[in-house]
Design a protein around this ligand. Structure first.
Ligand code: GDP
Ligand code: MG
Length: 294
């Protein structure tokens, strides 16, 4: 499949969308497609995570506006596993990102699937790679911060932005230290609400104790496009450092893929027949039997 841009420099969104579908559903041609991806162009992956309703989609929408300047091309993967069929969230995200829905340089894909561990979609690494290889300048991944997905997103993203709202103030003591470690920056959105400053100060104190280098804290009112310039600048100017979590994530992934590969060709029906045969011949030993299979 040809993922390259057309003669007038626009990306072919239909081809990209199709490639994502093939990869997401493991359709014919998926593994060939993945093997031919060219990932030599630098394309930062930005993870935006936080609780439902914190304003992630609104923020993404506003940040895109700024990142687009200068002819940049942007892909967004919006993942909301909180509702199973997720029509609401899909429509919601589309409406919220509506200003970009027909923009020739913005590609948006919503995903409702949940990964096996309750985290991100099972094919999120592959889908991100398709986008990274498609000629975008940035890939933004919006995920609801629930459990495992937080860890996965930091393995996947070059920059992880954690979005919180002032109301989280009372719970801030309980916010697990994991969250502190994954954030390259915090965004306190809905700063138009009471308690934003107090919350920011508390957050600063708490982070201060737990990490060597204090990540920046941005205060924003996404619904009014306030404070977004600083975040865009942060994204544009952060040196993409060595991401150690990526190695962990990739190790897990490679392990799973090897496991899958080793299991291909093992057919349960045939297995049962072989076992029946072995049992009939008497003297069946489970462990030697397994050895004949590997
Ligand atoms: N008051 C206020 N509301 C906001 C702000 N940013 C977003 N919202 C609203 O919060 C709601 C949830 O926003 P959304 O972007 O969908 O949150 P998400 O679930 O984290 O993606 C929407 O109604 C937004 O209009 C903000 O800065 N202040
Ligand atoms: Mg959203």
């Amino acid at each position: 499949m040809n993922l390259h841009q057309n003669i007038i420099g626009q990306l072919n969104f239909r081809v990209i969308a199709r490639a994502l579908t093939v990869v997401e559903n493991d359709l014919d041609g998926s593994s060939e497609l993945l093997k031919t991806l060219k990932l030599d162009k630098i394309c930062p992956v930005i993870g935006i995570t936080g609780p439902p309703g914190a304003g992630k989609s609104t923020l993404v929408n506003g940040i895109i506006d700024i990142l687009l300047r200068g002819g940049k091309k942007i892909a967004v993967l919006a993942i909301d596993p909180t509702s199973p069929f997720n029509f609401g969230s899909l429509l919601g995200d589309r409406i919220r990102m509506a200003s970009h829905f027909n923009h020739p340089d913005v590609f948006i894909r919503s995903l409702a699937t949940r990964g096996s561990l309750g985290g991100l979609s099972a094919k999120i690494i592959e889908m991100t790679d398709v986008l990274r290889a498609s000629g975008f300048d940035y890939v933004l991944i919006e995920t609801v911060g629930v459990g495992q997905s937080e860890i996965e997103i930091t393995g996947l993203a070059d920059i992880t932005l954690v979005v919180l709202v002032p109301e989280a103030g009372d719970e801030i003591q309980h916010i697990k230290s994991g969250l502190m470690e994954i954030a390259d920056a915090f965004i306190i959105n809905k700063a138009d609400r009471e308690g934003a400053d107090v919350f920011a100060n508390n957050l600063k104190k708490i982070i201060g104790h737990s990490v060597d280098e204090q990540p920046p804290i941005f205060k924003t009112i996404a619904s009014k496009n306030q404070g977004l310039g600083d975040i865009a600048a942060f994204i544009q100017h952060t040196n993409l450092k060595q991401n150690n979590r990526r190695k962990l994530l990739l190790t897990e992934k490679v392990y799973k893929l090897i496991q899958q590969k080793m299991m291909t060709g093992i057919d349960k029906k045939k297995l049962q027949l072989d076992i029946t045969e072995a049992l009939e011949s008497g003297n069946f030993n489970l462990y030697s039997f397994v050895d004949t299979y590997v």
